[in-house]
Design a protein around this ligand. Sequence first.
Ligand code: PGA
Length: 246
Amino acid sequence: MRRKLVVANWKMHGSKAAIEALIPAIIEGVGQVAADVAICPPFVYLEVAGQRLQGSGVALGAQNVSAEKSGAFTGEVAGDMLRDLDCRYVIVGHSERRALYGEDDTLVARKAAEVLNCDMVPIVCVGESLAERDAGATLSVIGRQVEALLSVLDGTQLAHCVIAYEPVWAIGSGLTATPGQAQEVHAFIRRRCIQAGAPDVRILYGGSVKADNAAELFAEPDIDGGLIGGASLKADEFTAICRAAE
Ligand code: PGA
């Protein structure tokens, strides 16, 4: 039985003061929930967030990482640095990074490999645009994104990853994939992971998950939790989503 995982992606939101208020409220609200929970704040707040999360059972994660080990890469952050701050998870290949910062499948796969190298868990995001869905290309797009990952990782490595299916048209739009639409893609990803020898990879759904739609999504057989953007900035809403994962 795969344990559910709910991850907060705070994106470029927050401040020291906001985090000081939000984290204790989330820790309290989540309580002893029978699911894994993680929070991914902006890089600059990782240390303070990590201090506040200590001893809580809620894990720390980052939103991005360099594919390089170290060196002359101005403005980049290395996996070893994230590990040094006790990050357990790192989101790679979020659609905003793919669309706005030109990250391609190859770079995303290299980043995932580097996260594994640093003993952390990559949360590898995949997803189709609305135009791709409308053109009937959803599964071929997802297939291409997953194959890029498999060209770099073997089954044992893949088993240590999390995959997040986030339809681009559902992110921040209020348009959630129906449980059936999401399950179809999750089952497709699952089949490929099984072939690769990693049947128990956790596959999260992301894209306008809220307290009132989380339970029906998480009830699908291949949906193992969620990657939560907007709703993760409100303690009540986020903790309700975490409880829906029990
Ligand atoms: P959303 O974002 O929940 O605000 O749609 C999800 C994400 O981008 O990870």
